[in-house]
Design a binder for this molecule. Structure first.
Ligand code: ADP
Length: 408
């Protein structure tokens, strides 16, 4: 199917890009996260806090009228730690109190700060002020959590990209397999009419039937039928490939529906291998279409109605109506029906849903409905299906009415 293949290719490159971007994001966040988890981030936070406290100490030493809490808050803000909460405690200064040293290397204070405290800034009278960091761990964890979520999202995206690509590869494999099966089935299907043709021609050429005109006539009929079957098959494949490469040219004209449907029903009545009753209700009598392609599309639908019905017989209704700028042509049967889950896929190329048990007996390549859909789309129309398993199937071909300007 043309569009599907195109979408597949589009998706494939998009998803490769998505996967690559996701991999970069995931690795970036993972790097940051593991870096922090190894202690880098909590050490960084503690170091920033310590340096902010040192600057607060300096500023307060330079001007003791300044309030320590506002100085510290400003310093923390400048260090990007605006969510860090603290409390200032007045502590008595004794020999165990950690005081402002001359050199304030973070390493000397790391255990103290990481435990949520700062050294004490002496305020005189044997007292000092110390900051208690209330959410130091949360501040560190919060940032860690942010990177963790980033990592998870990155990996989620990466997984999605990989998963989708695997899906695309599987679909392509399936399509390749279907094509292989199709080529095999098609060659197989061509073999028997060709063999019949060859045998028939040899018999006719031998002159053995020259004195049996009836038998000879019957032979010609069979040969014609077989040749017709081959031609039909080749035409269908050709049309589909034309449709795929955008080379199909429609010869649009007003088509009279009653004679077209009549000729189809007569043909199917003649070749049906089970009892079949046709009903027609053509309220819209003309349609603007390419007669040959429309006939082939309707023929596919009727052929399916006969194929996918019980051996006891089938009733097929062909009806047409005009509504909302479209001519709707319905082909309805009281056959085996189509499960809801399959109703979306049956229009795909090579897609077949075979009735359990007797499936192998129903010949086909899964091309008929794809042909109908593509031909109808080429006309600017659409196809719909409605069905109830065991009860009926109804396919509706909707073709746009001829526009005014096309009439001129
Ligand atoms: P094919 O007939 O070669 O299998 P089609 O494209 O014509 O391919 O149909 C695809 C599938 O749709 C069929 O295999 C069948 O399962 C289902 N189908 C089509 N028409 C009918 C119908 N009238 N009733 C029940 N099933 C149908």
């Amino acid at each position: 199917m043309k569009e599907k293949g195109y979408i597949c290719r589009m998706n494939k490159s998009n998803y490769i890009l998505l996967t690559l971007v996701a991999a970069v994001i995931a690795l970036f966040f993972l790097g940051r996260w593991t870096g922090m988890s190894l202690g880098l981030r909590s050490e960084q936070v503690a170091r920033h806090v310590h340096e902010a406290w040192c600057r607060t100490d300096d500023a307060h030493a330079a001007d003791t009228t300044l309030r320590i809490d506002s100085l510290f808050r400003e310093e923390l803000k400048a260090a990007g730690l605006r969510r860090l909460r603290f409390r200032l405690d007045i502590v008595g200064i004794d020999s165990a109190t950690v005081l402002r040293p001359t050199l304030r290397y973070y390493a000397d204070y790391a255990p103290l700060v990481e435990a949520g405290r700062t050294y004490a800034i002496p305020t005189g009278d044997g007292q000092g002020i110390e900051a208690r960091l209330l959410n130091l761990r949360a501040e560190t964890l919060g940032t860690q959590l942010y990177y963790l979520l980033g990592t998870l999202a990155g990996f989620g995206l990466l997984g999605l990209g990989i998963f989708t690509q695997v899906g695309i590869i599987r679909r392509q494999d399936k399509l390749a397999q279907m094509r292989e099966d199709f080529s095999y089935a098609m060659i197989h299907d061509m073999k028997s009419p060709l063999t019949t043709l060859l045998i028939g021609l040899r018999t006719l050429r031998s002159g053995r039937l020259d004195d049996k005109p009836e038998k000879k006539e019957r032979h010609f009929e069979v040969l014609e039928q077989e040749a017709g079957h081959l031609l039909e098959l080749t035409n269908r494949v050709l049309t589909l490939s034309k449709l795929e490469s955008g080379r199909l040219i429609l010869d649009l004209d007003e088509v009279e529906l009653p004679p077209l449907v009549e000729s189809l029903t007569r043909t199917f009545e003649a070749k049906a291998t089970k009892p079949v009753r046709f009903h027609t209700d053509l309220q819209a009598e003309t349609v603007y279409a390419d007669k040959e392609y429309l006939k082939e599309a309707l023929s596919n639908l009727i052929d399916n109605a006969l194929k996918y019905s019980k051996p006891e017989g089938v009733e097929v209704t062909v009806a047409s109506t005009r509504k909302n700028g479209y001519i709707h042509i319905r082909v309805r049967d009281n056959g085996i029906g189509i499960p809801l889950s399959a109703q979306r896929t049956i229009f795909d190329k090579f897609e077949r849903v075979l009735p359990k048990g007797e499936g192998k007996k129903v010949s086909g390549f899964g091309l008929g409905l794809n042909y109908v859909m593509n031909v109808v789309r080429e006309h600017g129309g659409y196809v719909g299906v409605e069905s109830m398993p065991g009860r009926y199937s109804e396919f509706t071909v909707s073709l746009p009415e001829r526009k005014e300007e096309e009439n001129e």
